[in-house]
Design a protein around this ligand. Sequence first.
Ligand SMILES: Cc1cc2nc3c(=O)[nH]c(=O)nc-3n(C[C@H](O)[C@H](O)[C@H](O)COP(=O)(O)OP(=O)(O)OC[C@H]3O[C@@H](n4cnc5c(N)ncnc54)[C@H](O)[C@@H]3O)c2cc1C
Length: 300
Amino acid sequence: MEYGSIADIAKKHGARISYNEIIAPYTSFNIGGVCDVIVVPNSAECICEIVSECREKGIRYYFLGKCTNILVSDDGLRGVVIIAGGDYNSVRREGNDLICDAGASLTRICNTAKNESLTGMEFAYGIPGSAGGGLYMNAGAFGGEMKDVVLYCDYLDTDGSIKRMGKEEMQLSYRHSIFTGTDRIILSVCFELGPGVKDEIAAKMNDIMQRRRDKQPLEYPSAGSTFKRPDGAFAARLIQDSGLKGYVVGGAQVSEKHSGFVINRGGATCDDVCRIIDDIKEKVYADSGIQLECELIKMG
Ligand SMILES: Cc1cc2nc3c(=O)[nH]c(=O)nc-3n(C[C@H](O)[C@H](O)[C@H](O)COP(=O)(O)OP(=O)(O)OC[C@H]3O[C@@H](n4cnc5c(N)ncnc54)[C@H](O)[C@@H]3O)c2cc1C
């Protein structure tokens, strides 16, 4: 079998592996077709061995976190799709730091911080991604971003070695890090937090979550904000001003609640979303002269 050696590694580590599985249910958009192989690794060792094997054998591979910022092709993905998560999600405290597996969800990290009376992470509550995906994107919200809290990360470099990188080297800027567009795999992330008061942390998190519920179409599948914030403008406002609020293509729609979100109203395909994105870009550019850039990442 073409993927026999990958299956052997997965089996050795007790990781879940599947063939010809539809990826849609793994994604927050609930979109994406049949993938050749999906592996859900349960340790850094398992990740490193699978990635090294793919690199050595020239097998195409994708490394994903919680799949909340991606749009996968209706044809799925060829090769090996590695989805961090499963049991690769530990969060442990050292002093005022939280050391998190790349697959740990930001929600779990925020809740751990709260329970440990550590403050600094509250802004990330409700971002549905992972520690690794969050750092890769320099995810941010409500005036905070990963850049404010990350201390260092461990990653698998392209030469197969595991290295540690401090924040100052990470080139963190708006939805960008040194990892963006590279083949380096983030294995774990250390967040530097400070002592806080549990009830105050909880109150801030609840407030943030309520503001998300009030403003964002969380009742529908999506990949969050479709576009990056352009300099000096807001994507949602531009889209609204172009008369595209509620605009529908197939099963996809510009959210009526928040024009910055394209939602899956049910049965949306990747093609539907791509057409909406193209239409939005064209109309907004024609109306405002501003070129919107996608925040979500198209795969396949
Ligand atoms: C309802 C909703 C609300 C959202 N709100 C926000 C928000 O407020 N702020 C915000 O910034 N984002 C937001 N997002 C987008 C998304 O949750 C973030 O970008 C998140 O950080 C993505 O993490 P992920 O684990 O899902 O990454 P994925 O979507 O799985 O992957 C995103 C990219 O990161 C890469 N990647 C993932 N893990 C690793 C790793 N360990 N090593 C190397 N590369 C990796 C992938 O290859 C891919 O290129 C929202 C999304 C939704 C659906």
